[in-house]
Design a binder for this molecule. Sequence first.
Ligand SMILES: [Zn+2]
Length: 196
Amino acid sequence: MAMTDPASPRLEVICGPMFAGKSTELIRRLSGALAAGRRVRALKPHIDTRYHATHIATHDGRLLPASTIARPEELLDAEGDLVGLDEAHFFRSGLHDAVRRLLGRGTSVVLAGLDRTSLNEPFGEMAALLVEADEVVKLTAPCAVCGQPAVHTIRLFDSKEDIVVGGAGMFENRCRRHLIEPRPTALRPAIPPSRL
Ligand SMILES: [Zn+2]
């Protein structure tokens, strides 16, 4: 590579189940780029209103200033060398195209999001973005039953919606062996007071 060549734009995708540290890893990468003097923009879908409206929040409370966008095309309004997007699975269509256009104009992209739904299907365009990626980081979280590394998230309530904004108490991670049984802890009958 000639010394004058600019760095090639990269797509990095951080995926895995809920509570796996995806936002933390996104913040770590964006903070590192900021410290290296790169122009970084952090974005998140406007429907993700957990914790704080203008920051990317991790479950352990770390924050990075962020702008919210309603449509994936708004990614293209972001000025910078590196654009980070949290909760990328919220956009059901148009994200892959927007990311390719960003890469095409020389902007690197880091996405964080769920790669599969609670029904164990690819989440929106995440499967295509995993194929597009230069680097994939697949994180795990402990299985709620046995504690071994898990890549599945099951929901503890009935809903026909793919996208439900929520956190602890609404979802549970499961390893492959415990994907179906036993029933989620939140659905088990409460212990009668006489036995406590
Ligand atoms: Zn398990």
